[in-house]
Design a protein around this ligand. Structure first.
Ligand code: FA5
Length: 359
């Protein structure tokens, strides 16, 4: 038997015995790859006399064509066998009864997030985001809280291990670092809200180590506390779905705002276990706010002589607790599907201002 016949027999046998695509590919490379046996044979044509080439050319090319065809056929056979194996393994029993309707519902925090985004979109605010693991610099220093400032103690911070360059990362203790991120990359006018996860070493019925805040930031040439009050008022009316909102402003302190104001909303807690908004003689704490401190504007590259702005940061889980009546914040994060089902927010019911925020 000639060398060529032996080569053909061996190559075709390797192809037909290839048990899977990897083995077939190995056989293909051994024959037709750059340094494959048939490729090497074809290269010898170049060094032959015209008569030798005439005699050997059709032989070599015929061999290459038969091998190529055999590879294609084996490939088709292997993939058909693989498909048949899958079809027999992944049988669907069409006689089974349909699945019961899904138990999943939207989490109250996600629901409240969607409601808030709808309210602020209507007021012309965009949504800004930032990472949960934040630079110490953005979480504190650029917010006018330098290292060793006592205000750092107000936040029970989760610190991440030091980086190689000695800098520290933190789990952000509030959504305010996204103010910094927004101002560093966007020129005024700025109008954003930042709903997001935040972290503090804190746990009881109204404090969770992971919780959510809603931040708002407005920077423009003419902004004042009156604008801030109007936005908070409009937000409360829409969110709590009441017309008569009474707000109370209390002086406060945040290093990144000056002056700083905390807002309370009138409510009625006279019936045990119930809370009514808009009436009564009780006050519900909403959160902190203020005019953005000029130091913060300057550290974020904004001319504090030309621009000013306001910001606020409210506890989002607390607002969900109040609106939907959940007494303990920890139940939000226990992943108990019975608790979740109790609220029954359907996945496809997106809150809208005209269609209704909550059901
Ligand atoms: C801040 O975090 C400021 N960054 C808010 C701010 C933003 C002020 C912009 C001025 C301008 P404070 O630490 O008070 O502020 O937190 C804001 C709200 O987060 C609180 O009112 C409370 O509702 C909520 N909160 C704080 N800690 C927790 C916690 N451990 N669990 C649940 N909610 C919390």
């Amino acid at each position: 038997m000639s060398d060529i016949q032996t080569l053909e027999r061996e190559t075709l046998s390797a192809i037909s015995s290839a048990a899977d695509e990897a083995a077939l590919e190995a056989a293909r490379v051994a024959a037709l790859g750059k340094k494959g046996s048939i490729s090497e044979l074809l290269k010898t044509l170049g060094g032959m006399t015209p008569d030798e080439r005439k005699a050997n050319g059709p032989l070599f090319n015929g061999l290459r064509d038969r091998v190529t065809t055999a590879i294609a056929e084996r490939k088709a056979a292997l993939s058909e066998a693989a498909l048949n194996a899958r079809l027999s393994n992944e049988k669907v029993d069409v006689t089974l009864p349909p699945r019961p309707e899904s138990d999943g519902t939207i989490h109250p925090v996600s629901q409240v997030l969607d409601e808030i985004a709808a309210i602020f979109a209507d007021l012309g605010f965009a949504v800004a985001e930032g990472p949960d693991v934040e630079y110490d610099d953005y979480n504190f220093t650029k917010l006018n809280i330098p290292p060793d400032h006592p205000a750092r103690e107000m936040h029970d911070t989760f610190y991440i291990a030091k980086q190689a360059d000695g800098s520290r990362h933190v789990l952000r203790t509030h959504t305010s670092p996204v103010q910094v991120r927004t101002m560093l990359k966007q020129k005024p006018p700025i109008r954003v809200i930042v709903p997001g996860r935040t972290y503090r070493v804190d746990s009881d019925a109204t404090h969770s180590p992971m919780f959510h805040q809603l931040e708002a930031l407005v920077i423009d040439e003419k902004t004042h506390l009156g604008n801030l009050k109007w936005v908070v008022e409009e937000f409360c009316k829409a969110f709590f779905e009441i017309e008569n909102v009474t707000l109370r402003a209390r002086p406060s302190f945040f290093p990144f705002t000056e002056p700083s104001v905390e807002w309370d909303m009138r409510c009625d807690r006279s019936v045990p276990g119930k809370i009514a908004f808009g009436t009564g003689n009780d006050w519900l704490e909403l959160g902190g706010s203020g005019m953005v401190h000029p130091n913060v504007l300057e550290m974020c590259g904004i001319d504090s002589k030309k621009y000013q702005g306001f910001a606020f940061g409210f506890g989002l889980d607390r607002m969900a607790m109040l609106k939907y009546g959940a007494p303990d914040i920890r139940s939000f994060f226990e992943s108990d599907v019975r608790w979740l089902r109790h609220f029954g927010f359907a996945a496809l019911d997106l809150p809208t201002l005209d269609g209704g925020l909550s059901r």
